[in-house]
Design a protein around this ligand. Structure first.
Ligand code: MG
Length: 203
């Protein structure tokens, strides 16, 4: 199983981090050891003092595919959930400054909490999915899949030109504006529409 993430996929978030709008999708990966399931707590790692949450819609891949055409991409995922692309922003900023990879900043243990997944059939229109993240009961991020620069089909098609997708792979589809730091004691709760699908205590 692998976890593929797209960066810089919402214009409002690109602006808040002063990044350029990419012409093609920006991808990075997390190892399988990043996955955090069943609402288990996230333990603040000792190597960072600036861990950020990034709430993102997550796709679960349901069959093997390579060089997938955009028109068939929707048949390669059957579940949609919400996850947190936990980021050591201090390590990422240092890596960006030096033009170095983001592997440690994005791929550390527990950096990919995911919640309960919903069947794709539950969604009338996957280009109009509302989601939001609450931090200690206050909404800090709000997104809609219609505001993505690269939609689900674009992402699946693009990544499959380079990497074979396999059943059970996860794709994090990017975060909207409102990312920010967490501290020990915080509680993150993530929702798709009116359903709370993920709860994560920072310890
Ligand atoms: Mg992200």
């Amino acid at each position: 199983m692998k976890i593929i993430c797209i960066g810089r996929n919402y214009v409002d978030h690109i602006k808040e981090l002063n990044n350029a709008i990419p012409t093609s999708p920006v991808f990075f990966m997390k190892p399988d050891t990043a996955l955090l399931i069943r609402n288990r707590p996230f333990y603040y790692p000792s190597f960072s003092v600036n861990i950020h949450y990034e709430a993102e819609l997550v796709l679960k891949i349901c069959k093997v595919g390579k060089n997938i055409q955009k028109k068939f991409a929707h048949t390669y995922y059957n579940e949609i959930g919400i996850g947190l692309d936990m980021t050591a922003r201090d390590l990422q900023d240092a890596a960006k400054d030096k033009g170095l990879p983001w592997a440690l900043a994005k791929g550390f243990d527990q950096s990919a909490p995911v919640g309960t997944f919903l069947s794709r059939d539950e969604f009338k229109d996957v280009r109009n999915i509302n989601f939001h993240l609450d931090l200690n009961g206050t909404t800090v991020q709000k997104g809609n899949s219609g505001l993505m620069i690269h939609d689900f089909d674009d992402i699946i098609s693009a990544i499959s030109n380079y990497m074979t997708l396999r059943t059970g792979d996860y794709i994090f589809t990017g975060t909207p504006a409102g990312v920010g730091p967490v501290k020990v004691g915080d509680k993150l709760e993530a929702w798709i529409e009116e359903k709370k699908l993920l709860s994560c205590q920072i310890k």
